[in-house]
Design a protein around this ligand. Structure first.
Ligand code: CUA
Length: 337
C-alpha cells in the first residue's frame, strides 16, 4: 500500500469509527448537541487555520530577513510604505471577522441550550446518587408518576425537560450526542433540555468525579417514535403484576425475606425501600448497575450474589442466598417487564 493510500485508509477508518463512538461530542443527534458540535468544529478549524498561517508567516519572515540579502532590504522599503496594510488586515480586520462569527455562533448555541422552541413532551427529574441515576417522570397526578433508573426514554423529535439534582455529592449529567454537560448539585435544581432527531440508544455518563465508581455511573437515553414512547409510558405506570408462576411467587417471598425490600421498591408489593433503584420494571431495562452490566439473567445473578466484586464500594451488600432461592428470585425479577 502506498503511503497516500495508507493515510486515506486510516482517515476513513478514523472517520467511520468516530461516527459510531457513543461519547463522540463532535457529532450531534439533536438540536442542542448539533448547535454545540457546529460551534466546536468552527473553533477547532478556524484556530487550526490561524495557527498554520501565522506559523508559516513567521518562518517565511525569518527566512527573508536574513541580514544583507536583497529580500531584507526590500522588506525594509515595504515596511516603510505598504506595511501598515498588513497590520490592519492581519491584526484587525481578519481577527474581527473571526470573533464576530464566533460570537454569533455562541449566541445561537446559548439560545439552543437555554430552552427549546416547543413545549416539552415530558418533565423528567433525574437525581444523581453514588453511583446511579434515579429517574422520575413528573405528572400532575402522583399516581401517574413513573420511576426508573439509569435509563431515560424520550419521543423522537420532541424536547424533554430534565430537572437535575443530587442526593449526595456533585455529579454531572452528560449525554454528548444530545446535549452538553450540566452539573448535578445537592440542594439545587439545574435544568437541561434533550431532544433526539432520530430513534436510537444514546449513551450518557457522569462527568464530575464523584468517588470510587465514578466511571461506572452511566445511563442510556432511548429515543423512540411517539407511539412506542406512549406505550412505554403506559407500561411503566402500571404496578408489577402478581407472579402467576409458582417459582416466581417463591422468588417474591425470597425478595421480601432476604432484605432486598429494605432498599428497593416494587410497586404493587410491600417492598417500599428508597435506598436503591425502583425495581418495578427492572426486566425492561437494558443495563444493570448504571451501565456496568448488560441486563441478562447471568449478570443479574452475579450482581445479587456479589455486587461488591463487580462494583466495589457501592451500597449493595453481599447477599447470601441459597442457590434454589436465588433461581426463584431471578425467575421473579425476570417477570418485572
Ligand atoms: Cu457521579 Cu461522577
Amino acid at each position: 500500500m502506498t503511503s497516500w493510500r495508507r493515510a486515506r485508509w486510516c482517515w476513513l477508518m478514523f472517520a467511520s469509527a468516530c461516527r459510531d463512538v457513543p461519547m463522540n461530542y463532535m457529532v450531534g443527534h439533536g438540536p442542542v448537541a448539533s448547535s454545540e458540535a457546529r460551534l466546536g468544529w468552527w473553533l477547532v478549524i478556524v484556530s487550526g487555520v490561524v495557527v498554520a498561517i501565522v506559523s508559516l508567516l513567521v518562518v517565511i519572515g525569518g527566512w527573508r530577513r536574513r541580514p544583507g540579502t536583497r529580500d531584507a532590504r526590500a522588506l525594509e522599503r515595504t515596511a516603510a510604505h505598504g506595511g501598515l496594510l498588513w497590520i490592519y488586515l492581519g491584526g484587525l480586520i481578519i481577527p474581527a471577522v473571526i470573533l464576530v462569527i464566533s460570537f454569533a455562533l455562541t449566541l445561537g448555541t446559548l439560545h439552543a441550550t437555554a430552552r427549546p422552541g416547543r413545549d416539552p413532551a415530558a418533565t423528567i427529574q433525574v437525581i444523581g446518587h453514588r453511583w446511579w441515576w434515579e429517574v422520575r417522570y413528573i405528572d400532575p397526578d402522583p399516581a401517574q408518576t413513573i420511576e426508573t433508573a439509569n435509563e431515560i426514554h424520550v419521543p423522537v423529535g420532541r424536547p424533554v425537560r430534565i430537572q437535575l439534582t443530587s442526593a449526595d455529592v456533585i455529579h454531572s449529567f452528560w449525554v454528548p450526542q444530545l446535549a452538553g454537560k450540566t452539573d448535578v448539585i445537592p440542594g439545587q435544581t439545574n435544568v437541561a433540555w434533550l431532544e433526539a432527531d432520530s430513534a436510537g440508544v444514546y449513551r450518557g455518563a457522569c462527568t464530575e468525579y464523584c468517588g470510587l465508581q465514578h466511571a461506572n455511573m452511566a445511563l442510556v437515553v432511548i429515543a423512540e417514535p411517539p407511539a412506542a414512547f406512549s406505550a412505554w409510558q403506559s407500561a411503566q405506570r402500571a404496578s408489577a403484576a402478581a407472579p402467576s408462576d409458582p417459582e416466581a411467587a417463591a422468588g417474591l417471598a425470597v425478595f421480601q425475606k432476604a432484605a432486598c425490600a429494605t432498599c428497593h421498591a416494587i410497586r404493587g408489593t410491600d417492598a417500599l425501600g428508597r435506598v436503591g433503584p425502583d425495581l418495578t420494571h427492572l426486566a425492561s431495562r437494558l443495563t444493570l448497575a448504571a451501565g456496568t452490566l448488560e441486563n441478562t439473567r447471568g449478570n443479574l445473578a452475579g450482581w445479587i450474589g456479589n455486587a461488591q466484586a463487580i462494583k466495589p464500594g457501592n451500597d449493595m451488600p453481599v447477599m447470601t442466598i441459597a442457590p434454589r432461592d436465588l433461581q426463584a428470585l431471578l425467575a421473579y425479577l425476570e417477570t418485572l417487564k
